[in-house]
Write a protein that binds this ligand. Sequence first.
Ligand code: XMP
Length: 483
Amino acid sequence: MGFRSKFEDAEKALTFNDVLLLPGWTTVEPDQADVKTRVSRNIELNIPLVASPMDTVTEAEMAIALAREGAIGVLHRNCSAKEEVAMARSVKRAEALIIRDVITVNPDNTVDELLRLMEEHNIKGFPVVENEDRLVGIVTWRDVRLADSSLKVKDVMTESVVTGSDETSLEEAMKILHEHRIEKLPIIDENRRVKGLITMKDITLKGTYQDAVRDEEGRLICAAAISPFDLPRAKALDRYVDILVLDVSHFHNSNCFDAAKEILREVEADVIVGNIGTYEAAEDVITKLDGVAGLRVGIGSGSICSTSVVTRAGAPTLYATSRVADAVKKYGADIPIIADGGIRNPGDIAVAMAVGASCAMMGNVFAGCRESPGRLVAMEGRYYKEYYGMGSERARKKRYAQDRYSQPSKSISEGVEGWVPYRGPVKDILGEFTGGLKAAMGYVGARTIPEMWEKARLALITERGAQEAAPHDIMRPGPSRRL
Ligand code: XMP
């Protein structure tokens, strides 16, 4: 076969702006469309959106805000294992029917130490224990706010504690909390050992966030990124998270596969692997790795990616999703696909679903939200938040990013740094994206995401067609804005 045939046989790697959804016969009004989905084999979402594991996108605040609305954020790993575990713990502690990971104090702790713990964990009360976790009292903010800081916990705590047991139902707990006008109900066993904590705050929050995604204990669902080569971190996080995302720029790599095998054997969480971009990569994951629960798909399309500029390697997200979805279908594998990179509009998500995605991952859009960790900066009268690629010089300087885009063998950056417009609370963005996606489903005539896979038809458009498909020939106020 001559080299020339490489042109003839070249893949058509289409991207979002190359296609439109063809409107179909519909009986579905947008508000009847159901956007429930799965991000991994065992984890359902009420909104099909995922925030990227990047240190300008997802830390605990973003992960909590998204899970409360029914979406999910993947905690980044550009930090020490201890810091990442702390983020996961705060997501899991944000809400629960029963807190199992109870933070307790001893009678001999000083008030000063107590105040520090309160600040560190953002908690206003602790069970007091001694002698192997046996409950001897409870201490809350009210007991210490005016107390001399050198006093001990035993001087200010309340000794007679109202308690419940593992048999106490949620309804009973609510009754007890109300009757005694208390905020916290420690759950103890027959030896008075603390086994959990029910709080008024958590019960109230459950009513507040009705669409939240929760585990069976009422805690928010949590996902965290790891390097496939960091088994100790995987194990440390596995105690807290529901999903581990093996986070490398090119997962279709023999070392990654070997390392992933070990992680898959050792952890209980659902394991999502990526990124991959081809049919063959998906086929190898399906046939060579046991127990993968999700696929993160797309290489080089991210707004901060310079991978394809630097290396000319890449698999645009839309193309990659279609190829991976074909492999998943061919093997009858039950593995949801996350389309990742280059997604700017709800319509991009709709076309990704047309070719088999279950949900979409976004970095750029979420980086602009209030809950992202990036710095807010004002430039020329407008607000922006900083956003940089995990393969950028900036991220690479933090040594923990090394194995994603900058193994010692890589001496060049594959990401850039910049700013994105400030977009306000993430809840508003979720509303905007869900509304747009439901409207697209209405055009297609799809009531659910699996119906999108079946019914949505695509049309290829030209560059001039893409211009026509966006607003044109009109003066618009303010700086030009991508729609
Ligand atoms: P968007 O378009 O939402 O894409 O900004 C986010 C996705 O981009 C990937 N990512 C990178 N890709 N170099 C890359 O080639 C990088 O430095 C980089 N950082 C993130 C990642 O998949 C993310 O979800």
